[in-house]
Write a protein that binds this ligand. Structure first.
Ligand code: ZN
Length: 271
């Protein structure tokens, strides 16, 4: 009888241990699910530490940003920025434009003290937004290129088409991408001023200057969206007048870095 009781206790203890262990395993599994780390095994080096606090911003500040380069227009923009002593932000792609030394332009962006961020490698919406895995593969490709060419590890990025309501991305896929990129430490920057150079034709220079200078009115923090692909000559031509006119209105120009609190479109990631 004594032995039976002792044995039963041992069996009960073993069963309890198993149940406890099972519970722990279930808890770990649930935690992984909640954290959304289904992509943890992909690109284990693709994490950045962007800190937890943003710098305090004072006064009227403009962040001039250019997407889709490098191209010959990037060279013209860099020339004007150098002449004016202004720093800007370039969200670059991996595209190769004939007659343009993309690597030299990427290096020049960094050497002249501007910010370099990731836009995408391919800029093909249907591919990059087809799944989280596809987005990560493209992001990894352009990240590697930037590091290899410039020696700088990019920590900021911009989604082609913006971070929400992208016409080529399903809301659930884009939300999963946002959550995954945030988990990896990267910060994305949308914008609060559209220059109007995103048409299928080239917008004329005066219209761009007018759009930007008027669009800045009433804003203390301005993030201007521009495009420096090969077609947009007027975007480069507008840079000098925009800097002069906004400076005259009391703005200073800064570049985006991971310590700048981002302007981001409203999303439902917390729900
Ligand atoms: Zn773009």
């Amino acid at each position: 009888m004594f032995c039976l009781m002792k044995c039963s206790k041992k069996v009960l203890a073993a069963v309890a241990a198993l149940l406890c262990c099972g519970g722990m395993l279930a808890a770990i599994w649930q935690t992984k699910e909640v954290l959304g780390s289904a992509y943890e095994d992909l690109y284990p080096d693709m994490y950045v530490n962007t800190g937890s606090e943003f710098a305090k911003e004072e006064g009227k500040v403009v962040y001039y940003t250019f997407d889709d380069g490098p191209s010959k227009n990037t060279i013209a923009i860099l020339d004007t920025l150098k002449e004016k002593g202004v720093k800007a932000t370039f969200f670059v792609t991996g595209q190769e434009v004939s007659g343009v030394d993309s690597d030299a332009i990427l290096k020049r962006i960094v050497d002249e003290g501007h910010s370099i961020g990731i836009h995408t490698y391919s800029h093909v919406y249907q591919e990059i937004y087809s799944s989280v895995e596809s987005y990560l593969a493209d992001f990894h490709k352009i990240r590697e290129k930037i590091i290899q060419v410039t020696g700088v590890e990019p920590k900021i990025f911009r989604f082609p088409g913006g971070s929400v309501k992208n016409s080529f991305a399903s809301p659930s896929v884009q939300k999963a991408i946002r959550i995954e990129m945030r988990r990896r430490g990267y910060i994305y920057y949308d914008w609060n001023l559209v220059s109007g150079d995103d048409k299928s034709y080239m917008t004329d220079t005066d219209t761009l200057i007018h759009n930007i200078v008027n669009g800045a009115k009433g804003k203390d923090k301005v993030v201007i969206l521009c495009h420096d692909d090969s077609m947009r000559v007027s975007t480069a031509e507008a840079v000098g007048p925009v800097i002069d006119q906004l400076t005259a209105q009391g703005y200073r120009f800064e570049k985006l870095t991971e310590s700048v609190e981002p302007v981001q479109f409203q999303n439902d990631d917390e729900k």
